[in-house]
Design a protein around this ligand. Structure first.
Ligand code: NOJ
Length: 531
């Protein structure tokens, strides 16, 4: 096989994917909620960035308790978002524009409205139907089977039928009570999900992002957890639900399914574990990629970036899969705010984005990151995130509808005219951060991203960058973070207080202009080609 063909075969290793959160991207039908029609109409915008594809978070039928992560039909389209015909049109249009499409699969739990869960509740204790989920007896009708806590707050168990005097069983839900967990120790669940994968792969979908990939299989016998702290940090403090060895069998089977298609379909996991444990999910016969999850939590701290980068590099060397970088997604505080807020936070978010686009591996851009949108302080009465309503933090601030126009009309161009109010309100200054504002400003982050992605393509063509490059990380005096990708290319980020001298070479792009002395100013990143 030619070098080009084999690289094409492994396109995901170096792909840049744009994450679309459909309810906040573009509203086509005017109900105030983004949808597939809106996404289809705005697809040329995404293609104009120069990314390789999009990941679309759930649009399948769902009561929307967790904004679609409570799925009641894995192989459909919720009327809120459109029709299957519109999805087919979207897929065809994306492919015509050279964009791959990845969808979300949510295998840890479904909606309590899923027909199989409803049937299980109705069938009662001892039935085969209940074995698809974790139904258990507690010591009594008031005490759950174990001490596990829900990620969204409160206990992880609810009574199947609280009003019944004879059915005293409880069911497990690591998230909200409307999201019952599947029992992955029952082979019927694996068979069911193979059907789901095949349904979307048969349609031509290029890959799937796997929700809560590390938590599908629970410890045998569902023993108590050592800690009962409410976990809002990805189940890490409950070792009984996280990273069980048997979960790897699930991904071996899925990899076989993905590899049976041509071109091979891609699996990218939300593996919220330490880098060394997460890397084990990308062994050669498991997931193709796992998000460098530690990065979405990082603050503006050179030592921390270098430490996480080095850990991820160890994982890459051991298992061969390059990291998949992401600084933002719909669950975490926007990087402009996480990095300090205000003008400085925005500069740092811009630098951080340029940096990850140069790092070895794949990268994900969350919608609005190319506009350096900050986290919005959504008014209390407008917040809808179940994490918030159950007592945790609110993730609504990263999910406010995207501003398309400078003028505030129609929710800053998010909706068509005459539309209902958007599902989350936008702040007054949203127009100055809009796509239109960025398009009009030649120095905007949007233009920087387009230029960087174009340059990235050229550097791959010239083989300066290779899909399987590694990364050697260090922090130089003055807080300069450096990741040497190979002997021709490095990424540098000025994370200290002053301007710093860059390693020798040509700066091919930087997020802020160099000083008159040729130094990289604070809060800026640069790509350096070495002689
Ligand atoms: C991770 C998803 O990204 C998040 O939005 C969701 O609430 C949980 N998984 C549960 O599905």
């Amino acid at each position: 096989m030619s070098r080009h063909a084999s690289e094409e075969r492994r396109w995901w290793q170096a792909a840049v994917i744009y994450q679309v959160y459909p309810r906040s991207f573009a509203d086509g039908d005017g109900d105030g909620v983004g949808d597939l029609a809106g996404l289809l109409a705005r697809l040329p915008y995404i293609a104009s960035l120069g990314v390789d594809g999009i990941w679309v978070t759930p649009f399948q039928p769902s009561p929307q308790v967790d904004q679609g992560y409570d799925v009641s039909d894995y192989c459909g389209v919720d009327p809120l978002f459109g029709t299957m015909q519109q999805f087919d049109d979207l897929l065809a249009a994306a492919h015509a524009l050279g964009l791959r499409i990845l969808l979300d699969v949510v295998p840890n739990h479904c909606s309590s409205e899923h027909p199989l869960f409803r049937a299980a509740v109705a069938a009662g204790p001892g039935s085969l139907e209940r074995e698809l989920f974790h139904f258990e007896d507690g010591p009594d009708g008031d005490t759950p089977p174990n001490n596990w806590q829900s990620v969204f707050g409160g206990r992880a168990w609810s009574r199947a039928d609280p009003s019944s005097e004879t059915d005293l069983q409880w069911y497990l839900h690591l998230f909200s009570p409307q999201q019952p967990d599947w029992n992955w120790r029952n082979p019927a669940v694996g068979d069911y999900f193979e059907g789901v994968l095949r349904f979307w792969f048969d349609k031509g979908v290029d890959g799937l992002r796997v929700d809560v990939a590390h938590a599908l299989v629970k410890a045998e016998g569902l023993p108590d957890a050592a800690s009962t702290t409410t976990v809002t940090d990805g189940l890490r403090s409950n070792a009984q639900v996280s990273d069980q060895e048997e979960v790897h069998e699930v991904y071996r089977r899925w990899r076989r399914v993905a590899a049976s298609y041509s071109p091979e379909r891609v699996l990218v996991g939300e593996v919220n574990l330490e880098p060394a444990r997460a890397a084990r999910y990308t062994r050669h016969d498991e997931l193709h990629q796992a998000f460098a999850y530690a990065f979405v939590k990082l603050r503006w701290d050179a030592e921390a970036w270098a430490a996480v980068g080095t850990d991820l590099e160890v994982g890459r060397r051991e298992h061969g899969a390059p990291p998949t970088w992401a600084l933002e997604n719909h669950d975490v505080v926007r990087s402009a705010t996480r990095f300090g807020g205000g003008e400085r936070g925005a500069l740092r978010a811009r630098a951080g984005l340029l940096a990850i686009l140069g790092l070895p591996g794949g990268a994900y851009i969350y919608q609005g990151q190319e506009l350096t949108l900050p986290e919005v302080d959504v008014p209390l009465e407008a917040r809808v995130d179940p994490m918030w309503t159950r007592g945790g933090v609110s993730r609504d601030g990263a999910r406010v509808p995207l501003p398309w126009t400078v003028a505030p009309d129609n929710a800053f161009g998010f909706s068509p005219s005459g539309a209902a109010e958007p599902w989350l309100p936008a702040p007054a200054e949203w127009g100055s951060r809009s796509v239109e504002a960025h398009q009009q400003d030649g120095g905007s982050t949007l233009h920087l991203v387009i230029a960087a992605l174009e340059l990235r393509k050229q550097l791959f063509e010239k083989e300066v960058l290779q899909p399987d490059d590694g990364g050697t990380w260090r922090v130089e005096d003055g807080g300069l973070l450096v990741c040497e990708r190979n002997d021709q290319f490095l990424v540098a980020v000025a994370m200290g207080e002053g301007s710093v001298r860059l390693p020798a070479g040509d700066v091919v792009v930087s997020s802020s202009p160099l000083t008159a002395e040729g130094l990289l100013p604070p809060d800026a990143a640069a790509w350096v080609l070495r002689g």
